[in-house]
Design a protein around this ligand. Structure first.
Ligand SMILES: Cc1ncc(COP(=O)(O)O)c(C=O)c1O
Length: 409
């Protein structure tokens, strides 16, 4: 890293910005108010200019092509086209393994149901107690529906789950594990390759929630032999508020698993309107109903931008941004009562950080009033998302300097 301890921290931020190979990407986003320091791109990414343009274009096509848009503009296959782009450009998956449709929660339920159907003699589902709420709620619902036992994992609140701890929980009674690759609060990373291999050896399946990983760290689904995954496109993939989620089913598993919702978009000859459901081959068989084309157009633009930047460069910048933020936290905020709620080892954390303080809720509100936008995660975390395509080192400096001033006052 440039400079030593004596070098002014703002100057360092500016040097890092000048040297940033991704700096030009910020100009590809709509940023109407340059005074806003946006540290929440891990909840809702900023809008790519191309996404806004794509929404406008879909509006025109809708006006002109009307119903013909479905056939002639390729709207019917749009969830699969964006899925392939995401698979190849971001997730390290193969063609025909990813679809972009519905919400993460709905996809999680669908894939978990299918996985449980495929392991009928195993009564246990494994999930972390500090997992994102929707994942836990879905697991609890499935357990009630199917009379399953939940085996709760208690990861370290900062360092997350150790691989040994996960492996120990996978036994011959275990059907399924649902795990986030990057924890939503601490950003702790779970070892995808080791966990997937251990589950396979034990005959269990793992369903990964990639919401905070997709577009921020490499997940290499094919190389890691991942069976099932879901994730959001509105976070690091900048797909827009409520953008459709993705679901991934490894090609070799697609025929073995059965979608619990048999909708007409998953039907082989959709417009034959046939008497019974015959699933179309490939990931298309997991589609259910009419996709939101306006939302897909925006999501496609976000995914394309991420793929263009490249996940290796994005990961490198994410690591530098969080390391720089930790340097400021140690120098400025720790003496004022804050502590780091994320792993110190950069290899163990994603692209956001938790800064813990007993008054985190009030501090977050006060920051937002000053146009510095992080978010609050109960009970005591100010969560800062350092989305690599849109966050500068100077943003980190400005944001944490504002927090320091609030604490000092
Ligand atoms: C880890 C994780 N999973 C799932 C979700 C929820 O997804 P959705 O609201 O699209 O169903 C979120 C939302 O923030 C999340 O952080």
């Amino acid at each position: 890293m440039a400079g030593g301890p004596g070098v002014d921290l703002l100057e360092r931020a500016r040097e890092l910005d000048v040297a940033d190979p991704l700096r030009a990407f910020r100009g590809r986003f709509s940023i109407p108010d340059p005074e806003v320091v946006y540290l929440d791109g891990n909840s809702l990414g900023r809008p790519p200019r191309a996404a806004l343009e794509a929404i406008r274009r879909v509006g025109e096509t809708w006006s002109e092509a009307l119903i013909r848009g479905w056939a002639f503009e390729g709207w019917l296959e749009y969830p699969l086209r964006v899925g392939d782009l995401l698979a190849r450009g971001v997730l390290g998956a193969r063609d025909d393994e990813v679809a972009v449709a519905d919400s993460t929660t709905v996809n999680l339920y669908r894939l978990a149901s299918a996985a449980l159907d495929a392991r009928p003699d195993r009564p246990v589902v494994v999930v972390e107690r500090s997992e994102f709420p929707t994942d836990r709620y879905v697991v609890e619902g499935l357990a009630r529906e199917r009379d399953l036992e939940i085996r709760w994992l208690d990861g370290d609140p900062i360092e997350g789950l150790a691989t040994d701890q996960i492996v120990e929980a996978i036994r011959d009674d275990t059907a399924l594990l649902i795990l986030s690759a990057v924890n939503y609060r601490s950003a702790a990373i779970v070892d995808i390759a080791a966990t997937t291999a251990a589950a396979r050896d034990a005959g269990a399946l793992v369903l990964w929630d990639l919401s905070h990983a997709g577009g921020s760290i490499p997940v290499d689904l094919a190389a890691n032999g991942v069976d099932l995954a879901v994730g959001c496109t509105y976070k690091y993939l900048n797909g827009g508020p409520g953008a459709p989620a993705y679901l991934y089913v490894r090609r070799e598993l697609q025929a073995e698993l059965h979608p619990p919702i048999q909708g007409w978009f998953g039907q082989r000859d959709q417009f034959e309107m046939g008497p019974r459901f015959e699933r179309r081959p490939g990931i298309g068989g997991w589609l259910v109903g009419t996709p939101g084309i306006i939302a897909l157009a925006a999501a496609e633009a976000g995914v394309a931008l991420t793929a263009e930047a490249g996940i290796a460069a994005i990961r490198a910048k994410g690591t530098s941004l969080t390391s720089y933020a930790i340097e400021l936290l140690d120098a400025w905020l720790a003496p004022l009562g804050c502590s780091l709620g994320s792993p110190r080892d950069p290899a163990r954390r994603g692209a956001h950080l938790s800064i813990r303080h007993p008054d985190a809720r009030q501090l977050t509100s006060a920051l937002i009033a000053q146009k510095v936008i992080p978010d609050f995660r109960a009970p005591d975390s100010i969560r800062i998302g350092l989305s690599p395509l849109t966050t500068s080192f100077e943003d980190v400096h400005r944001g944490l300097a504002a927090l320091r001033s609030l604490l000092a006052a």
